[in-house]
Design a protein around this ligand. Structure first.
Ligand code: MN
Ligand code: MN
Length: 387
């Protein structure tokens, strides 16, 4: 028994709610039970059979390489996650995620440190940029790209297909290793001996040198820039402020190339609530960046479930399911909500009910005029729609 938590079973939380439940004398993972109070003893409003909507990066396999590591949460880890998959990656200074491409578009958020990314479009335009914390990139499906740490850096990658795997991308080294050297020589118009030192299998991540400035590293015969940048600074915009927190949105309305991934980065102060809402344009895939909270999800036909999350967790909301998130910790909660869509969109219950006849609301919910005036018509209503 770890010393980190109270080893005295007398002090363990017990799954007893009034007259419901019974003690759990073990075997049990008390650390995890304590992390998941709303799963261990659910609110009585929870009911029905439900998808699992939580997977922690701490429960994934970490692929270890010289120059960094990666780990992924895909449909294999979280079977309801059909729309999007996520990879958490760290590179050392000079560490390289090698030149590669894949069938899925790639969206990224730089969590800390700085990296240099490269990409070309099908017209051969060359794109090179440095991305610091709070920076995003988006590479359309099939466009070849690379990532190199300028400092030690960590980022979240999101791909627009839950089936994606970071271990099945198309790699420059793997491609060359599977073409006869006679053909490589003919392709480049050089002698076969030019390829004496090519790797015989994939590099994936390797330790390289920290590069100089972008100016110093320009290709000799550079073709010029693509029409729209593949990078974007999320925090260059003023956040939307509400009484409970702040929101920054990035979608194709401000980050034009990002045609298949739309996101909001949400900050909730302690006790703050991301109001009751749902999304008309797909599943919500979440990455929890900081703090802890609880999410309640309603998925029609009496199905409802609560899940507890902490930083490093992935959360999911089924398409069109109603939900809310509450900061249950004592620090600012930060999470990213991502959608396979060209735009961020949500439907707020507060806004909905404020825009239909009050008589309908009163008939449905048994509420009175005070509720209509204070909750729906007041400028001071506690939760404000984000967009
Ligand atoms: Mn990639
Ligand atoms: Mn949502």
């Amino acid at each position: 028994m770890t010393k980190q938590f109270d080893s005295d079973p007398e002090n363990w939380p017990q799954p007893i709610d009034g007259e419901l439940g019974a003690t759990d004398e073990g075997p049990r993972d008390v650390m995890r039970d304590k992390e998941n109070p709303d799963m261990s003893v659910p609110p009585r409003t929870d009911s029905g059979t439900f998808y699992n909507l939580k997977f922690s990066y701490s429960d994934t396999h970490r692929r270890m390489e010289k120059g960094g590591w990666s780990r992924e949460v895909t449909i294999r880890e979280l079977p309801a996650a059909e729309d999007l998959a996520g990879v958490n990656m760290r590179l050392t200074a000079g560490g390289v995620r090698e030149l590669h491409w894949h069938k899925e578009a790639e969206w990224a958020y730089m969590i800390n440190g700085t990296a240099r990314v490269t990409c070309i479009d099908p017209e051969g335009h060359s794109y090179i940029d440095d991305v610091a914390a709070g920076g995003l990139w988006y590479f359309p499906a099939g466009f070849p790209h690379s990532i190199k740490g300028l400092t030690d850096c960590e980022f979240l990658l999101i791909f627009d297909d839950g089936q994606f795997s970071e271990n099945s991308t198309f790699l420059l080294s793997d491609f060359f290793a599977h073409i006869p050297k006679r053909v490589l020589a003919k392709n480049f118009g050089v002698d076969e001996s030019a390829f004496d030192n090519i790797p015989d299998s994939e590099l994936y991540i390797y330790q390289g040198d920290v590069p100089g400035s972008i100016e110093e590293e320009q290709p000799k015969n550079r073709n010029g820039q693509p029409p729209k940048p593949f990078t974007f600074n999320l925090f260059d915009q003023e956040p939307i402020k509400t009484s409970g927190g702040k929101v920054w949105i990035a979608d194709s309305s401000n980050f034009e190339v990002s045609k298949t991934v739309a996101i909001a980065l949400v900050e909730l102060e302690p006790g703050g609530v991301r109001e009751l809402h749902w999304h008309p344009n797909g599943q919500e895939w979440q990455y929890w960046l900081q703090g802890q909270g609880v999410m309640g999800v309603y998925n029609s036909a009496g199905q409802a479930r609560h899940f507890n999350y902490r930083e490093g967790d992935v959360g999911l909301v089924p398409y069109a399911a109603g939900h809310y998130i509450e900061n249950t910790g004592d620090e600012t909660l930060r999470f990213i909500e991502a959608f396979k869509s060209d735009r961020f969109a949500d439907l707020s219950v507060n806004q909905w009910l404020s825009q239909v006849p009050a008589r309908l609301v009163k008939e449905h919910l048994g509420v009175d005029d005070d509720f209509i005036d204070n909750a729906l018509c007041s400028e001071k209503r506690p939760n404000v729609k984000f967009d």
